[in-house]
Design a protein around this ligand. Structure first.
Ligand code: SAM
Ligand code: DTB
Ligand code: SF4
Length: 414
C-alpha cells in the first residue's frame, strides 16, 4: 500500500446526518476520507446522535481528568519517586498547575533573617557554620539586645520585608532566655511585621510562651530523610524534631519546616524528606528548601554540587505534595544564577529570604533581588491582614461609605 494511506478501525459518528457506523476505514489525506468496509450503521435524530457521539468520544479517548492540588497526607515513597522521575516539562507543568490553583504565580512572600544569637552551638549539624565543633572562623556573639533586634526589624520593614525571622544558635532556649525572646516577638509584631523564630528544640511550655507573646511561625527543619539524618546530625534525633514540631502546633503557631539538599544525599532521601513533611497531619504553612551553603571548616565543605535541575525538581515536588503551603527558595541563592531561581519560581517556589545576609552567610543584595523580581514581573506578596486588622479595615471602608452617602444627601438637598 502507498505509504500515505492510513487505516483505522472503529466506530464513526456523523452528527450532521445523524448516523453511526462500525467498520474499517482507510484514508488518504489528499483525497479526503474513504470508508472501505462498514459492518453496520444506525440512523437517528442528528442532535441526539451528536450528544451520543460526543459522550462516547469523551468517555473513550479524552485523557483522564487530572485533579491538581488535592491536599493529601498519605503519599507513598513510590508515588513521590515517580514524580521525581517525570520528564522535566511534565513535572513543571503539574507543579505550575497546582501552584496556580491556590496562589497568584507572580507573587512571592518576602522574609528577612536576623541572627539574634550567633555561633558556639553545642550541636554537631554537619552543614552548620555555627557549630562549636567546627573551626569556621565565625565570631561568637551573645544574645542581641531587644532594642537592636527592633532596629533591625524596622530596617527590614523599610526595605520591603513582611516577615522577620529571628534565629539563635541554640540546641534549645534556656528558660532564662525566654523573657528576652518573647519581648522581641512583641516588639517586632508591634511594627506590623509577621514574626518567626528558630531557636532549636522547644518543650510545651516554651512553645506556649512564644505563642502567647504572639509569635506567628516557628521554624524547625527536619533537614533530610529519616534514613540519611544520622549521617548529618548525631546530637539530636529525628523524633526530637518531630516532638518540637508537635509542641509548636499544639501551642497554635504556624509551622515553618523544610530541609537542606545538596548534602550528598540521594534523590530517594529528598523524596523521604518531602514525604515526612507532606504526611504530617497538617502541612507546614511554610516549607523552606535550602541548597547547602558550603562553609569552610564544616564536614560538608567539599560536598559535590547538586545539579540545579535536581534542586528545581525538589521544589516542584514539594509544591505538588503541599499545594497550599508557601515553598521557600531558601539558603543558597547567592550561589545560584538568575535562571535557576526563575525556574524555582516556575516550579512553585513563592517565598524567599531577602537582605544581604542569611544568618551568617551572604545572600543576594537587595537591589539584585529587586531587579530579578522586575525582570520576571514578580511582586512581593502583601502581609495577610489579620482578623482584628480586617475589622479595622472594614470599619474604615464603612466610614468612607458613610461619608460618600452624606455628601450625596448634602448635594441632593442643595
Ligand atoms: N539552632 C536552631 C536549629 O537548628 O533549629 C536554629 C538555627 S539553624 C541555623 C536553622 C536551619 O538553617 C537549619 O535547620 C538548617 O536547615 C539551616 N542551615 C544551617 N546551615 C545551613 C547551611 N550551611 N546551608 C543551608 N542551610 C543551612
Ligand atoms: C531555614 O530553613 N533556612 C534559614 C532559616 N531557616 C533559619 C537559615 C539558613 C542558614 C544558612 C547558613 C547561614 O547563613 O548561617
Ligand atoms: Fe546549632 Fe542550629 Fe547550627 Fe545545628 S543548625 S549547629 S542546632 S545552630
Amino acid at each position: 500500500m502507498h505509504p500515505s494511506w492510513r487505516i483505522f478501525a472503529g466506530i464513526y459518528g456523523d452528527c450532521q446526518n445523524g448516523g453511526f457506523s462500525a467498520g474499517v476505514e482507510s484514508s488518504k489525506p489528499e483525497f479526503g476520507l474513504k470508508v472501505d468496509s462498514v459492518f453496520g450503521s444506525v440512523n437517528m435524530e442528528p442532535t441526539f446522535a451528536c450528544i451520543l457521539w460526543t459522550s462516547f468520544m469523551n468517555a473513550s479517548f479524552a485523557p483522564a481528568p487530572m485533579t491538581f492540588g488535592e491536599v493529601r497526607h498519605d503519599w507513598t515513597r513510590a508515588e513521590i519517586t515517580a514524580l521525581f522521575a517525570l520528564p522535566f516539562s511534565d513535572l513543571m507543568f503539574q507543579a505550575q498547575s497546582v501552584h496556580r490553583t491556590y496562589f497568584n504565580p507572580n507573587e512571592v512572600q518576602v522574609s528577612t533573617l536576623c541572627s539574634i544569637k550567633t555561633g558556639a552551638c553545642p550541636e554537631d549539624c554537619a552543614y552548620c557554620p555555627q557549630s562549636a565543633r567546627y573551626d569556621t572562623g565565625l565570631e561568637r556573639e551573645k544574645l542581641m539586645a531587644v532594642e537592636k533586634v527592633i532596629e533591625e526589624a524596622k530596617a527590614a520593614k523599610a526595605s520591603g520585608a513582611t516577615r522577620f525571622c529571628m534565629g539563635a544558635a541554640w540546641r534549645s532556649p534556656k528558660n532564662k532566655d525566654m523573657p528576652y525572646v518573647t519581648t522581641m516577638v512583641q516588639g517586632v509584631k508591634a511594627l506590623g511585621l509577621e514574626t518567626c523564630m528558630t531557636l532549636g528544640m522547644l518543650d510545651e511550655n516554651q512553645a506556649q510562651a512564644l505563642a502567647d507573646a504572639g509569635l506567628d511561625y516557628y521554624n524547625h527543619n527536619l533537614d533530610t530523610s529519616p534514613e540519611y539524618y544520622g549521617e548529618i546530625i548525631t546530637t539530636r534525633t529525628y523524633q526530637d524534631r518531630l516532638e518540637t514540631l508537635a509542641n509548636v502546633r499544639k501551642a497554635g503557631m504556624k509551622v515553618c519546616c523544610g530541609g537542606i539538599v545538596g548534602m550528598g544525599e540521594e534523590e530517594n532521601d529528598r523524596a523521604g524528606l518531602l514525604q515526612q513533611l507532606a504526611n504530617m497531619s497538617e502541612h507546614p504553612e511554610s516549607v523552606p528548601i535550602n541548597m547547602l551553603v558550603k562553609v569552610g571548616g564544616t564536614p560538608l565543605e567539599n560536598e559535590a554540587d547538586l545539579d540545579p535541575f535536581d534542586f528545581v525538581r525538589t521544589i516542584a515536588v514539594a509544591r505538588i505534595l503541599m499545594p497550599k503551603s508557601h515553598v521557600r527558595l531558601s539558603a543558597g541563592r547567592e550561589q545560584m544564577n538568575e535562571q535557576t531561581q526563575a525556574m524555582a519560581f516556575l516550579a512553585g517556589a513563592n517565598s524567599i529570604f531577602y537582605g544581604e545576609k542569611l544568618l551568617t552567610t551572604p545572600n543576594p543584595e537587595a537591589n539584585k533581588d529587586m531587579q530579578l523580581f522586575s525582570k520576571l514581573g514578580i511582586k512581593p506578596e502583601a502581609y495577610e491582614v489579620h482578623e482584628d486588622e480586617s475589622e479595622q479595615e472594614a470599619s474604615i471602608v464603612h466610614q468612607l461609605q458613610e461619608a460618600a452617602m452624606d455628601s450625596l444627601f448634602y448635594n441632593a438637598a442643595k
